[in-house]
Design a protein around this ligand. Structure first.
Ligand SMILES: Nc1nc2c(c(=O)[nH]1)N[C@H]1C(S)=C(S)[C@@H](COP(=O)(O)O)O[C@H]1N2
Ligand SMILES: [Mo]
Length: 163
């Protein structure tokens, strides 16, 4: 399969290490971790993984390296049929097991959260394996990191909310 192909369909099977950008984007994409080298990489600070629901400490996590979620979204391009669509766009990030979380356009493109929301492929200089949860979507500016620490990210869907 191409590292970067332009024909992600809803029925596309989920493949380990390949992330689909889909929904209300200009060009639905499938991007493999190998193609991440064509994006600028960013490094996150080490942190304590703590569950939101139980407040339980799970473990310490080292320095993730990855690409910004917003850069992946920009590669697919946001649809803007009406010039204010982006202001009510949300992104649903879905893992292989169906676990899903949201990010809003505002968070990613107009707050500090977007500067630390990354899809990680390395931790402490070592490649993350599928067993480690790769690719991991991690929101480094969240108060409690576990809910938006998504293991085995499969796809990101852009949805323009209706009012
Ligand atoms: N893919 C996926 N990622 C996930 C979850 C999940 O169910 N599936 N649960 C989240 C929650 S609520 C917690 S507390 C942590 C648990 O991390 P652990 O299973 O690595 O200890 O993973 C987060 N990331
Ligand atoms: Mo959790």
């Amino acid at each position: 399969m191409d590292d970067l192909s332009e024909n992600a369909a809803e029925s596309t099977p989920q493949v380990d290490g390949v992330i689909s950008l889909e929904g209300e984007v200009l060009t639905p994409l499938r991007i493999s971790i190998e193609a991440f080298s064509s994006f600028e990489s960013v490094e996150a600070a080490p942190f304590a993984l703590r569950c939101f629901t139980t407040n339980r400490f799970l473990r310490d996590v080292g320095r993730y390296r990855g690409v910004l979620l917003r850069d992946l979204i920009l590669r697919a391009g946001l649809r803007n049929a009406s010039p204010t669509d982006f202001k009510r766009t949300v992104f649903v990030a879905v893992a292989h097991d169906g676990y899903a979380v949201t990010f809003s356009w505002h968070e990613l493109f107009n707050t500090a959260i977007g500067e630390q929301a990354l899809v990680a492929y390395e931790c402490d200089g070592k490649p993350l394996s599928v067993d480690d949860g790769a690719p991991v979507l991690f929101s480094g500016a969240d108060i409690l990191p576990a809910p938006r620490h998504i293991k085995r990210l499969a796809r990101v869907r852009a949805c323009v909310l209706s009012i």
